[in-house]
Design a protein around this ligand. Structure first.
Ligand SMILES: Cc1cc2nc3c(=O)[nH]c(=O)nc-3n(C[C@H](O)[C@H](O)[C@H](O)COP(=O)(O)OP(=O)(O)OC[C@H]3O[C@@H](n4cnc5c(N)ncnc54)[C@H](O)[C@@H]3O)c2cc1C
Length: 511
């Protein structure tokens, strides 16, 4: 019988996406006969941003045999308990979206119904006071979550802020140590098979030709194979996601809000035509202004960013342009696109690297043979589309729900027509306090809760199962929950002390 198994896998691109998939697949095939070659061009370089993650990244590198501490030391990382949104609701108002739960469900009824009932009875409390993750973050503290949490009150999770270039280098080291072959050359031509249009080989500027059976396109926004060669098409979402440009700049780690300690969260502040990120690393800060080119000129955006960064810049801000949307098919013929080549929403909520991780999981699950059964690609494309749409909806919510109304940008965000999937979610929550969960959701109900509460989108009614409960009886148990969290936070170390103990010395870049 003819052996149809894929033996030659070629990855195009050596940014985070390329090296993550190279490391993960080499490990997945455990020394099997598949050859993995990665072609990248140091002349072209990588996008060089992408420093905030969500907790799934930790599971990803743990599967590669790396520990948190190893990764943090190698990439100058700090801990991220969530995201702090400043001035998004209105100027001067902040809230935190933590990675973790709020309060404790009782008798099968979600906690937020008890919390609302208490508020409706005249005792409003801040939902963040029921979240250990949010409370640690607000206090600038960090501790690792307990492996056996004594109660759901102590459930929280964490992610990293890391140096994107150092992370890609780390992934490269893991991949090469396990046998991935790297070629540093510019691809000048993608050769297609005339019968079916599959990619058969890549011509390099060195004169060499690289042949493959399956190609993973991690070439960044341009999509060298998936778009330039296969002309797959792109679905634009700029009618609902208005930001399309960013200026990014690194700055010295000389000041922050946390008394000299790096804050254990990503800071994202609303500006006149978008928002600004501030990401603490051990050795510097990452900063950037994500904005809508329809609402502000590049010059004004640059000036706004520079005026807002409190510490000396390490270089002039660099502009990046992007088109929010997704590739119509991420798997087309024998090419699978991953990373920016597959689409990009925008940096809010740090989902791009997480989508690389889930893309890799899908590649492992649906790995083809040389027949390339169309059902595999169809399933892959369906899962990817749904997942990306769910993330899109979550991000739109942040903009649409703002109550600023002070600039045309924020007013236009309020006026966006919500996709049907999001409209139903918001209505069900605000009317009944229920969450809808679709398949392929990256964000759990607790994350939706954080954003709904942060933007004051709260249910009109509480669960009727609580109609028989006297609200006065809720005051004491909810106060107990807040106290339990305050006590844990009081005993936790400052984030800087945690880093000093476990995560230094300085990263490779500073050596
Ligand atoms: C402003 C901004 C902020 C972001 N912030 C975050 C964040 O906080 N968190 C997050 O998760 N994500 C973030 N992202 C996304 C994140 O940067 C990317 O998902 C991640 O870096 C992966 O990029 P990539 O590997 O797909 O592409 P790239 O880094 O662009 O790599 C492309 C590779 O293709 C190679 N290449 C291209 N053409 C050729 C050719 N002809 N020949 C040979 N090689 C070629 C290049 O050399 C390079 O190695 C952000 C993105 C932007 C734009």
């Amino acid at each position: 019988m003819q052996d149809k198994r894929i033996r030659k896998l070629v990855i195009v691109g050596g940014g985070a996406a390329g090296w993550m998939v190279a490391a993960a697949l080499r490990r997945h095939f455990q020394g099997g006969p598949i050859e993995i070659t990665l072609v990248e061009s140091s002349e072209i370089g990588t996008i060089g941003v992408g420093e905030a993650t969500i907790p799934t990244i930790r599971g990803f590198y743990q599967q590669l045999g790396l520990t948190d501490i190893e990764v943090m030391r190698a990439t100058g990382a700090t801990c991220k308990l969530g995201i702090r949104f400043n001035d998004w609701v209105r100027e001067g108002q902040s809230f935190i979206h933590p990675f973790g739960l709020f309060g404790q469900d009782l008798r099968g009824i979600s906690f937020h119904h008890y919390w609302r009932k208490l508020a409706q009875a005249g005792e409003p409390t801040d939902i963040a006071d029921y979240s250990l993750g949010a409370s640690l973050a607000a206090a600038g503290k960090f501790m690792a979550p307990s492996r056996n949490p004594p109660s759901t009150l102590s459930i929280f999770d964490w992610a990293l802020h890391f140096d994107a270039a150092l992370f890609a280098q780390l992934m490269r080291r893991v991949a090469e140590d396990n046998g991935v072959r790297r070629i540093d050359a510019r691809i000048t031509k993608v050769n297609l098979r005339p019968e079916d249009g599959h990619v058969v080989s890549l011509d390099l500027h060195t004169g060499e030709t690289v042949e493959g059976e399956l190609f993973i396109d991690c070439s960044g926004f341009r999509g060298l194979l998936i778009e330039e060669a296969l002309q797959t098409g792109y679905e634009h979402w700029n009618d609902v996601l208005l930001c399309d440009r960013a200026y990014a700049a690194q700055s010295e780690a000389s000041s922050d809000k946390n008394g000299g300690d790096p804050m254990p969260y990503t800071d994202v502040s609303a500006h006149s035509a978008g928002w600004r990120w501030r990401i603490p690393l051990q050795h510097r800060y990452g900063n950037g202004y994500v904005y809508s080119s329809r609402h502000i000129s590049d010059e004004d955006a640059l000036a706004e960013l520079k005026a807002a960064i409190p510490d000396p810049l390490l270089h002039e801000p660099r502009q990046i342009r992007f088109n929010p949307g997704r590739r119509k098919k991420v798997w087309n013929k024998n090419v699978i696109a991953l990373g920016l080549a597959s689409g990009f929403l925008e940096p809010l909520e740090s989902t791009s690297i997480a989508l690389i991780e889930t893309g890799i999981e899908k590649i492992k699950m649906l790995f083809p043979d040389k027949d390339f059964a169309p059902e595999l690609a169809a399933e892959f494309n369906d899962w990817s589309r749904r997942e990306m749409e769910r993330v899109r909806d979550f991000i739109i919510l942040h903009y649409w729900a703002n109550k600023r109304g002070d600039t045309p940008f924020w007013r236009d965000c309020n006026a966006v027509t919500l996709p049907e999937t999001l409209r139903r979610k918001v209505e069900l929550f605000t009317q009944r306090g229920h969450f809808i969960r679709y398949r392929w959701e990256m964000f759990q109900p607790a994350s939706w809760m954080a954003i709904y509460a942060g933007f004051e989108l709260l249910p009109d009614m509480v669960d009727p199962a609580l109609d028989g409960i006297d609200p006065a009886t809720l005051s004491a148990p909810l106060a107990e929950m807040r106290k339990a969290i305050r006590e844990v936070v009081a005993a936790a170390p400052l984030h800087g002390a945690f880093l000093d103990q476990y995560c230094r010395p300085a990263p490779m870049a500073a050596q």
